[in-house]
Design a protein around this ligand. Structure first.
Ligand code: C2E
Ligand code: MG
Ligand code: MG
Ligand code: MG
Length: 288
C-alpha cells in the first residue's frame, strides 16, 4: 500500500509540475502582449545619499498588472522573460520609460539619476547595445544620468564578453553598478578589472549587520574595499533605523530599502525627492 500511496503522490506531483509548466508557457505568451496592453508599470525606489541626505538616484523596478492574475512581482516573470527574447523588449520598455521620467524630473528641477537592471543574457547582446544607443539618441536625457545594474553572476557567465560589453556602455557614458554583491564568487582581482562605478551590497548581508558581528565585518570591509577601488557603495534592503545608522557609521555612501521608501510610481518619486532637501534628519515618514 505504501508503494501505491507513493505512486499516487508521484502522479499528483507530476500533475502539479505539468500545471506549473502550462502556466509558465501561457504567461510567457501573455508577456509578449503585456507591453502593448499597458500592463507593465515602472516604479522607482530611491537611493538615499547618507552624507547629504538627498535622493541622488533611483532604481527602476518593473511591475506587471496582469488582467486575471493580479499584481505579479518581477521574480515571477523575469526568469521566464530571460528564457526568451521578451527580456529585450521588456528591458527596452523599462529603459525608455525611465529616460522619459528622468527628463520630466530634470525639467522639474531635480538632478536625480536612474538605474535599470540588465539581465546576463542581454548584457552581451550586440542588438540590445545598439538599441540602447538609439534610445539615448532619441531621448533628451544624457547617458551620464543613467546607471546599469548588472549582477556579479551575469558578469561571470562569459567574463571576457561581459567585460567588452561593460566597457562599451561605460564609453557611452553609462555608469555600471554591480548588483547583489557578495552572493557571487568573484575575486578581488576580477572586480578590479571591471569598469564599474558602484557596488551594491546584497540585502542578505545588510539586513542583520547591525546585530551580527560577521555580517558587520563583511559590510565594513566591503565599504573599505570599494572606497579603495574608487567605487561608491550602496547598501540594499534597509528596513530599520538601526540598520541605517549602522551604515552611516561605517561610511556607506548610499542606502536603499523600505525604511527609506518602497518603490514608488514616478509622480510620487518626484514629490519624495523634493522633500529630501539635505537637512540632517529625514522628513516625516507619515507624509510618504
Ligand atoms: P534587485 O535588482 O536586487 O532589486 C531589489 C529588490 O529588492 C526589489 O524587488 C525591491 O523592491 C526589493 N527591496 C527593496 N528594498 C527592500 C527592503 O527593504 N526589504 C526587502 N525585503 N526588499 C526590498 P523587486 O522589485 O521585486 O525586484 C526583484 C528583482 O527582479 C530585482 O532585484 C531584479 O533582479 C529583478 N528586476 C526588477 N525589475 C527589473 C527589470 O526591469 N529588468 C530586469 N532585468 N530585472 C528586473
Ligand atoms: Mg537591481
Ligand atoms: Mg540588488
Ligand atoms: Mg536582488
Amino acid at each position: 500500500s505504501t508503494a501505491l500511496a507513493n505512486d499516487k503522490v508521484w502522479h499528483m506531483h507530476e500533475a502539479a509540475e505539468q500545471d506549473l509548466l502550462e502556466q509558465q508557457v501561457s504567461l510567457m505568451g501573455e508577456l509578449a502582449n503585456a507591453i502593448e496592453n499597458h500592463q507593465l508599470e515602472v516604479q522607482y525606489q530611491p537611493k538615499l545619499d547618507l552624507k547629504t541626505n538627498r535622493i541622488t538616484s533611483v532604481e527602476a523596478l518593473v511591475r506587471w498588472h496582469h488582467p486575471t492574475r493580479g499584481y505579479l512581482s518581477p521574480d515571477s516573470f523575469i526568469p521566464l522573460a530571460e528564457k526568451s527574447d521578451h527580456i529585450a523588449d521588456m528591458t527596452l520598455f523599462v529603459l525608455q520609460r525611465t529616460l522619459r521620467d528622468l527628463s520630466q524630473w530634470h525639467a522639474a528641477g531635480t538632478e536625480v539619476k536612474a538605474a535599470v537592471n540588465i539581465s546576463a543574457r542581454l548584457l552581451t547582446s550586440q542588438v540590445f547595445f545598439e538599441a540602447v544607443r538609439a534610445a539615448l539618441a532619441e531621448s533628451e536625457t544624457s547617458a551620464s544620468h543613467l546607471i546599469f545594474e548588472v549582477t556579479e553572476s551575469a558578469t561571470m557567465a562569459d567574463p571576457s564578453a561581459a567585460l567588452r560589453a561593460l566597457e562599451g556602455y561605460r564609453q557611452m557614458g553609462i555608469t555600471i553598478s554591480l548588483d547583489d554583491y557578495g552572493t557571487g564568487q568573484s575575486t578581488l582581482t576580477y572586480l578590479k578589472t571591471l569598469p564599474i562605478g558602484e557596488l551594491k551590497i546584497d540585502r542578505s548581508f545588510v539586513e542583520n549587520a547591525h546585530e551580527d558581528s560577521s555580517d558587520a565585518l563583511l559590510v565594513r570591509s566591503t565599504v573599505h574595499l570599494a572606497h579603495a577601488l574608487g567605487l561608491q557603495v550602496v547598501a540594499e534592503g534597509i528596513e530599520t533605523k538601526e540598520c541605517l545608522d549602522f551604515l552611516r557609521e561605517v561610511g556607506c555612501d548610499l542606502a536603499q530599502g523600505y525604511h527609506v521608501s518602497r518603490p514608488l510610481p514616478a509622480p510620487d518619486l518626484l514629490a519624495l525627492c523634493q522633500r529630501y532637501t539635505g537637512v540632517a534628519s529625514p522628513p516625516e515618514r507619515s507624509a510618504a
